[in-house]
Design a protein around this ligand. Structure first.
Ligand code: SF4
Length: 333
């Protein structure tokens, strides 16, 4: 028997756990102003599109990002994606046409969507995740959300609630019999919501992560229900992000890159004092054993370590996120 954290997994979460879900941010616009909103200043209110961290300017940008991580599904997020419904439909159609109807799509919204809003998404979005406003939680049955859930179900969507762990989350319990799943995300401290957190006397759970002290206790009254799942901040970083990085590393690593269990790649970097060509000759590198990059010659870190006395120049071991992502560490050799 699984523990409360892992007992029930929504269909879209199964792929998320494997790091196989692309995150498609369709707009930073939102008609709400939640004090705990995690959106950064670069994204909040800004009408731009991102696939994971890549800005989408063309259809090919989106498809390339999906391919590089071998995405099996997409989570559509924002802002509120339903403020850009034509964009949502267009991108979801593009993804389903490119990767097949089984490419699973879930969509977050803060709205209680009407039948008219949902109809254009039939066949393009598989799963809906509703985020009712915090101020409505204690009177949720008097809001438009129960009707939205019934409409969504009648149209064939998998339907669930996804909210941050906040005091009063148990007020949403009357929705449990109506939904397929109910996800509670551990509230996270961020640059954008730090002032709101401080004003409410909230503090960090520990010195290493971003989780807020007390989040699990607020969720506790609901955790015994079968459909409820608590998604911890650590889980998101450790499992989801790592899984995605591993997939990207597998698809993009060069023959001489070493892939780590954390989803990073490690290689050697030489900035040769006497030019690239003499260094390649001195290290006796075959064609597929190096790459000339902007900042020098890149090769297997252990080849550089072995040959360190045969070439002059600045030598280092570089660890970074795959596909020339962020550099994590540079260790001089
Ligand atoms: S609904 Fe979501 S995106 Fe909109 S303000 Fe609230 S947390 Fe931010």
């Amino acid at each position: 028997m699984e523990d409360a954290e892992h007992r029930y997994v929504a269909p879209g979460c199964t792929l998320c756990r494997e790091g196989a879900k692309l995150v498609l941010f369709v707009t930073g616009r939102c008609d709400r102003d939640c004090w705990y909103c995690p959106l950064s200043a670069e994204r909040k209110g800004v009408d731009r599109v991102f696939a994971n961290d890549r800005e989408v300017r063309t259809d090919e940008d989106l498809l390339a990002e999906a391919r590089v991580m071998s995405a099996l599904g997409t989570g559509v997020t924002g802002g509120d994606p339903l403020l850009a419904p034509e964009r949502v439909a267009r991108y979801c159609r593009l993804l389903k046409e490119a990767f097949g109807p089984d490419h699973q799509v879930h969509l977050y919204t803060g709205r209680a969507p009407t039948r008219a809003e949902l109809l254009p998404l039939v066949g393009l979005v598989d799963e809906l995740r509703l985020h009712p406003p915090h101020e409505d939680w204690a009177r949720i049955l008097e809001t438009a959300y129960p009707e939205a859930i019934r409409e969504a179900r009648a149209l064939g969507f998998a339907i669930g609630v996804e909210v941050p762990a906040l005091p009063g989350v148990e007020g949403l319990a009357p929705l449990l019999p109506l939904v397929d799943f109910f996800n509670i995300n551990e509230l996270e401290w961020g640059e954008a919501n730090a002032d709101g957190m401080r004003e409410r006397g909230l503090t960090l759970a520990d010195r290493v992560g971003n989780a807020i002290a007390g989040a699990r206790d607020w969720a506790a009254p609901l955790l015994d229900f079968e459909r409820v799942r608590f998604c911890s901040s650590v889980f998101k970083d450790a499992v989801q992000l790592r899984g995605r990085m591993l997939r990207i590393a597998r698809n993009t690593a060069r023959p001489f890159d070493e892939c780590t269990d954390d989803g990073t790649v490690v290689y050697g970097r030489l900035r040769p004092a006497g030019g690239v060509e003499p260094a390649i000759a001195a290290l006796e590198l075959e064609e597929d054993e190096y790459e000339v990059a902007d900042d020098g010659l890149e090769l297997a870190w252990w080849r550089l370590a072995e040959g360190r006395d045969t070439v002059e120049g600045e030598k280092a071991v570089v660890e970074r996120y795959p596909n020339r992502g962020m550099i994590v560490e540079v260790t001089p050799l």
